[in-house]
Ligand binder design. Structure first.
Ligand code: PLP
Length: 393
C-alpha cells in the first residue's frame, strides 16, 4: 500500500484526501483491495455503480462494443447513442437528450440551454436561482450554481448569473426572482449536504411559480437519477416534472457519461450551439443502454425503495443502543445519519477495519449510496458492520 501512496503523492495533484486502501476488483456489492481485504461497498463510486461491480450485463456490453467501435465523432450517427436517447425519452418526461461526460458538464449544458431559451422566450434573461448547501459540480459555472462558499472562495470571481436561496423555502425563490431570472435549479434531494429531501409542497409550489412566471424548472438529477431514490428519476416520487434535468453518475454503470434532458418547451439548441467530443460515444452509450435496461427490467428503483426503507428501519433500531446516532434521513438508497460528535471521518476510516465502505458529507454526517442491487442480507451485514464501527469510535 505505502508505495502506491508515495507514488500518488509524487505524480498526482493533491486534490483528494484518500483512504489508505488500494481498490483492485469487485463483484456485486463487494470490492476488494490489493491486500486481499473485502469490503461491503456502501458508497458505490458515490452513487455511480448502480448495478454494483462487474455486473455481467455491463461487462458484456462494454466488451462487445469495445471490440466493434469505442469512439467516433458526433459528426456521424452511432446506434448505441440513439438507442440510449430513445430509452431515456421513453422512460422520462423529456423529449430530447444531449450527451456529455459528467455531472458538472451536464449542468453547464443545462445553463447554456436555459440562457439560449431566455434569449428566445424571456427578453435575454439568464439568471439561475439555486439553493444554499446544493452541489452541482466543480467547473466554474457549476461551482457558481453550487451554494457553498467554501468551494467557491478559492476561485473567485465566479461567473455571473447565479444566486442562492434557502432550500425548501418557496417565498425565498419568489423574492429572488426578477426580470433577469430564467430558471430555478434544484436537487430533488440534496446529496452532498447529507441527504436532505425537498418537501413535496415546496417542489409543487416551485413548479407552479415557474409556470406563472414563465421560468424554467431545472432539476439536477445527477445523484437522484437512475432509480436511486426509489423511482427511476427523483422527480417522479414528487409528481413534479422539470422542464430540464441533468444526469450523470449511474447512467452508464460506471463508465463516464452525462446527459441534459429537456421537455419540448425547453428545446432551444440549434446546430453548433453545443458540442462534446466524447459525449455519448459508442462505448459509454452501450454501457448506458445495458445499465438502464437492467435497472428498468429488474425493477431496481423498487428494490431501492424497499431496501432503503429497511435500512432506515434497521438504523433506527441500532440507534436505540447507539445514542451517538442523532438523526437518520433516507429516500430510497440515499441514506445518511448524523452523529452527536464530529467523528464521521473516524467512522469512515474505522469502517474499513470492519469491512464496510462508508462516506462522510460533513464532520458529523455519514452517507451511504450503495448499489441498487443491494439485498436484505447486505443491509443486515451493513448494520452489523456499522454497529461494530460505532463501538470502536
Ligand atoms: N450534481 C450533483 C447533485 C452531484 O451530486 C454531483 C457530484 O457529486 C455533481 C452534480 C457533479 O458531478 P460530476 O462529479 O460528475 O461532475
Amino acid at each position: 500500500m505505502s508505495n502506491w501512496a508515495d507514488l500518488e503523492r509524487e505524480y498526482i495533484m493533491q486534490t483528494f484526501r484518500r483512504l489508505p486502501i488500494v481498490l483492485d476488483h469487485g463483484a456485486g456489492c463487494t470490492v476488494s483491495d490489493t491486500d486481499g481485504n473485502e469490503y461491503l461497498d456502501l458508497v458505490a463510486g458515490i452513487a455511480v455503480n448502480v448495478l454494483g461491480h462487474a455486473h455481467p450485463a455491463v461487462v458484456r456490453a462494454i466488451t462487445e462494443q469495445a471490440a466493434r467501435l469505442i469512439h467516433v465523432s458526433n459528426l456521424y450517427y452511432t446506434v448505441p447513442q440513439i438507442e440510449l436517447a430513445e430509452l431515456l425519452v421513453k422512460n422520462s418526461c423529456a423529449s430530447q437528450v444531449f450527451f456529455c461526460n459528467s455531472g458538472a458538464e451536464a449542468n453547464e449544458g443545462a445553463f447554456k440551454l436555459a440562457r439560449k431559451w431566455g434569449q428566445q422566450h424571456r427578453n435575454g434573461a439568464f439568471g439561475i436561482i439555486s439553493t444554499f448547501n446544493s452541489f452541482h459540480g466543480r467547473t466554474l459555472a457549476a461551482l457558481a450554481a453550487t451554494g457553498q462558499a467554501k468551494y467557491q472562495d478559492p476561485f473567485r470571481p465566479m461567473p455571473e448569473g447565479f444566486s442562492h436561496v434557502t432550500y425548501n423555502d418557496l417565498d425565498a425563490i419568489k423574492s429572488a426572482t426578477n426580470d433577469q431570472t430564467v430558471g430555478i435549479l434544484l436537487e430533488p434531494v440534496q446529496g452532498e449536504s447529507g441527504v436532505r429531501p425537498a418537501d413535496p409542497e415546496y417542489l409543487r409550489g416551485v413548479r407552479q411559480w415557474c409556470d406563472e412566471q414563465n421560468l424554467l424548472l431545472i432539476f439536477d438529477e445527477v445523484q437522484t437519477g437512475m432509480g436511486r431514490t426509489g423511482t427511476l428519476f427523483g422527480y417522479e416520487g414528487y409528481g413534479v416534472e422539470p422542464d430540464i434535468f441533468t444526469m450523470a453518475k449511474g447512467l452508464a454503470g460506471g463508465v463516464p457519461i452525462g446527459a441534459v434532458l429537456a421537455k419540448e418547451r425547453a428545446l432551444a439548441f440549434g446546430p453548433s450551439d453545443h458540442a462534446s467530443t466524447f459525449g455519448g460515444n459508442p462505448l459509454a452509450s452501450a454501457a448506458g443502454v445495458a445499465t438502464l435496461r437492467t435497472v428498468i427490467d429488474e425493477h431496481l428503483p423498487e428494490n431501492a425503495a424497499r431496501q432503503g426503507a429497511y435500512f432506515v428501519e434497521q438504523l433506527a433500531e441500532l440507534r436505540t443502543t447507539q445514542p451517538m446516532i442523532t438523526d437518520i434521513r433516507g429516500r430510497g438508497l440515499m441514506i445518511a445519519f448524523d452523529l452527536g460528535r464530529d467523528v464521521a471521518g473516524d467512522v469512515v476510516a474505522k469502517g474499513l477495519k470492519h469491512g464496510v465502505i462508508l462516506n462522510n458529507t460533513g464532520p458529523a454526517t455519514v452517507r451511504m449510496v450503495p448499489p441498487l442491487i443491494l439485498s436484505k442480507a447486505d443491509v443486515d451485514r451493513a448494520i452489523d458492520a456499522i454497529e461494530a464501527t460505532l463501538k470502536d469510535v
